[in-house]
Design a protein around this ligand. Structure first.
Ligand SMILES: NC(=O)c1ccc[n+]([C@@H]2O[C@H](COP(=O)([O-])OP(=O)(O)OC[C@H]3O[C@@H](n4cnc5c(N)ncnc54)[C@H](O)[C@@H]3O)[C@@H](O)[C@H]2O)c1
Length: 254
């Protein structure tokens, strides 16, 4: 029998798709048969990625969306549905991190940005994606972090935000499972990306510390997170709902 891609015939909306885990997910979701709408803020990168994906035969488009701006999210999801007729899968992955400053010295603007993008942005996306999925059902994966399960020093807003992502995931899963919408969170460990590579470069010793604490002693590649997100999004994960799935090389095991 012919291998059927995990996401064959599905239309997926991916946020934070201009780099890192989101861009890797765009490639993996396409390879697995999905048509994709890529949402992020950096148009040049999105445009180049869409060209690359179309050259492989994937149906792809991009929308320029700042997830904090609810009218942009509404418009982005509407354009996705308009182009592909419906929305089956959403990967809410856009996020920003801030680390390195003790909580009492961290500026309120850091708290505002980190909560806005990671929590309000996810709130905005979920509301419009759920609305688009109500008739036919669907699957949503939200990107949390090991910072959503455990705490480490000097990253209080990020830890609060990523815990909130898991709370929001459970809440929305509870409300919509009966309507055929599965909502789950993925929990990446340290992964090479613009965000994490910049942070590891700025704080010597952090990379070694992260690697030492994992059972698989290395930093993940974004594709390894994207592969897990593709499976969790797909019908092959049909009995998984409201879960927070670690893809962290065993970092949170001990
Ligand atoms: N890399 C890691 O070590 C790691 C670990 C755990 C969780 N995560 C999470 O994974 C997700 C992806 O991060 P990444 O590691 O690929 O880093 P990244 O910086 O390469 O990607 C983040 C993406 O989100 C986009 N983005 C940021 N703010 C946005 C906004 N307001 N509107 C729309 N898009 C916005 C960025 O442009 C980028 O495309 C984030 O939610 C991050 O918190 C990353």
């Amino acid at each position: 029998m012919r291998y059927r891609g995990l996401l064959e015939g599905k239309h997926a909306f991916i946020t934070g798709a201009s780099s890192g885990i989101g861009a890797a997910a765009a490639r993996v979701f396409c390879r697995e048969g999905a048509a994709v709408t890529l949402a992020a803020r950096r148009e040049e990168r999105l445009s180049a990625l869409v060209d690359e994906l179309r050259a492989t035969g994937c149906e792809a488009q991009y929308v320029v969306v700042d997830v904090v701006r609810k009218e942009q999210v509404e418009e982005g999801v509407a354009r996705a549905v308009e182009r592909f007729g419906r929305l089956d899968v959403a990967f809410n992955n856009a996020g920003v991190a801030a680390a390195g400053t003790p909580m009492h010295m961290m500026g309120d603007e850091v708290y505002d940005t980190v909560m806005d993008v990671n929590v309000r942005g996810m709130w905005n996306c979920l509301r419009h994606e759920i609305s688009a999925m109500l008739d036919e059902g669907g699957s949503i994966v939200n990107t949390s972090s090991t910072a959503g399960l455990v705490a480490t020093p000097v990253a209080a807003p990020y830890i609060a935000a990523k815990h909130a992502v898991i709370g929001l995931t459970k809440a929305v899963a509870t409300e919509y499972a009966a309507r055929g919408i599965r909502v789950n969170a993925i929990v990446p460990g340290a992964t090479h990306s613009e965000m994490t590579d910049a942070w590891m470069a700025a704080f010597p010793g952090v990379e070694e510390e992260l690697v030492r604490a994992a059972l698989l002693p290395r930093i993940a590649e974004p594709e390894e997170i994207a592969e897990a997100a593709a499976w969790l999004s797909s019908d092959r994960a049909s009995f998984v709902v409201g879960a927070a799935m670690p893809v962290d090389g065993g970092w949170t095991v001990r």
